[in-house]
Design a protein around this ligand. Structure first.
Ligand code: ADP
Ligand code: MG
Length: 455
């Protein structure tokens, strides 16, 4: 339990950066951690009123996003009321697009769009060869006066800035035209909202949410594949918006030509406008991103350190951010400026290349067993003696770090444990590494050995 509640503290830490101070105090700081099991994060509040405000403002989604950003894992967020039993019936997921703001300042309007993260703006987006065209297209679409391509579809691999660009369009459109009705939604949320609306007989409210808008940004349309009912609903939403010259911006992990399990008429509509891809950033762009993110977090990164990291993490910007977070922890803990030495000493093994590797769980387990002189059944078993738990946690950690497997997949190789055990072990070792020099040495040694033997 203490480990899991620390997880929540870490997520809160990130939310504090992302959410305006007043809103953070009002909505988030009062939530208490209850449990994290089977991919469901349960939080507690003492009041139904607080809970319903949180839901109405879609903070659950924002918490899930923060969780994913910190732990690279999707969770469902549930808020439970303890100590008050005045349950009220929840309105359908998303309320009207805009309540009329009492003050017509940009911030007051923006705050109602809690699906938007404050930092995902054009200003914070580093432009390079890999994303220049996508960036320019998004800029153009965000101009209120421009009749841009409709729809605009941005596609590309994981962690290359698609969500960032879509959210930047939303921020920009709102600041240019504060009364614009702008709605950003992830496709998973769209699907869930649709299902819920059917169950609760609130389909009209659902439709209004997505059709009475000036700009609709639908993130990750690939989640619609294979969902016939939702596709149909979205098809009609699309037609209505397109027919009235409202803007539609979409993101996807692949181009329309490679989309399967999707109605042809919808697929062909995706081709009506402009299709642009985002590619993996080149070295200079990666270095610029690192500097920008470090500066944003309040510390500076020497250029040799930025290049050292950027040379190793090539394809996924989210991973670059992960390394920066580790560096930031170190910097906070020691108060020492970040240098090449500290990066290599303390974080050497964090900076693992993201090129495809052939490291297997079996190999990690074998190396850890050999090093600690224990058997495989002792390593993966349930015996809680420290002689076994430390190697076990380290093996779980190394599996997560060095293989491409998800937590649940790794968990299967540790006597079919729940995936949260792996998550906890990972977190625990990660923390311990920051203060335990011996463990650092062992982790670095094993990482190098496993990688060398896997080439
Ligand atoms: P995707 O939606 O393509 O998976 P995201 O938009 O979520 O990727 O980007 C992953 C992380 O990388 C985000 O935190 C985002 O802010 C950051 N990021 C991506 N591209 C850039 C960029 N060009 N400049 C600055 N940050 C970026
Ligand atoms: Mg995304």
């Amino acid at each position: 339990m203490p480990i899991a509640s620390n997880l929540w503290q870490d997520v809160l830490g990130l939310l504090k950066q992302r959410v305006d101070g007043d809103n953070y105090e009002t909505y988030l700081s009062r939530l208490q951690f209850q449990s994290l099991e089977d991919g469901v994060l349960v939080l507690e509040t003492a009041s139904e009123f607080h809970r319903s405000l949180l839901m109405r403002r879609e903070y659950d989604q924002m918490i899930a996003e923060a969780f994913a950003a910190v732990y690279d894992q999707q969770v469902d967020v549930r808020v439970e009321v303890v100590g008050e039993d005045t349950a009220s019936d929840e309105p359908v997921a998303a309320p009207a697009v805009l309540e009329q703001p009492s003050r017509t300042s940009h911030t007051s309007i923006r705050l109602q769009h809690t699906q938007l993260s404050g930092h995902l703006t054009f200003d914070n987006f580093v432009v390079g060869e890999s994303n220049r065209f996508a960036y320019a297209a998004c800029r153009a679409v965000a101009e209120p006066e421009t009749e841009a391509w409709n729809p605009l579809l941005i596609w590309g691999g994981v962690g290359l800035g698609k969500t960032h660009l879509l959210q930047a369009v939303a921020h920009e459109a709102l600041s240019r035209s504060p009364n614009a009705r702008v709605r950003f939604v992830n496709s998973e949320r769209f699907i869930n909202g649709f299902i819920q609306a059917i169950q609760r007989d609130q389909i009209d409210a659902f439709r209004a949410t997505y059709r009475d808008v000036d700009v609709l940004l639908l993130d990750d349309v690939q989640f619609l594949f294979g969902k016939e009912g939702t596709q149909k609903e979205f098809f009609h939403t699309f037609n209505e918006l397109h027919g009235t010259h409202k803007k539609i911006v979409l993101s996807s992990d692949r181009p329309p030509s490679e989309m399967s399990d999707i109605e042809e008429r919808l697929r062909s509509r995706f081709e009506w406008g402009l299709i642009v891809d985002v590619q993996a950033p080149d070295l200079e762009t990666r270095v610029a991103i690192l500097h920008q993110k470090a500066q944003h977090s309040g510390f500076s990164l020497p250029n040799d350190v930025a290049i050292f990291i950027a040379e190793r993490i090539k394809t996924n910007i989210r991973k670059l951010e992960g390394v920066l977070t580790s560096l930031k922890h170190h910097w906070k803990l020691t108060g020492q400026p970040i240098s090449m030495k500290s990066v290599q000493d303390v974080l050497g093994h964090f900076v693992v290349s993201d090129e495809p590797q052939r490291v297997t769980v079996e190999h990690v387990q074998a190396c850890v067993c050999e090093y600690f002189n224990i058997s495989l059944s002792e390593l993966v078993g349930k015996e809680r003696h420290a002689k076994f738990t430390m190697p076990r946690h380290l093996a779980m950690y190394l599996c997560r770090l060095l293989t491409d497997l998800s937590y649940p997949e790794i968990a299967q190789n540790f006597s079919g444990r729940n995936h949260t055990s792996i998550l906890h072990a990972y977190k625990k070792i990660e923390k311990q590494l920051l203060k335990d020099a011996n463990l650092q040495v062992v982790a670095n040694y094993l990482t190098k050995k496993i990688q060398d033997e896997s080439e």
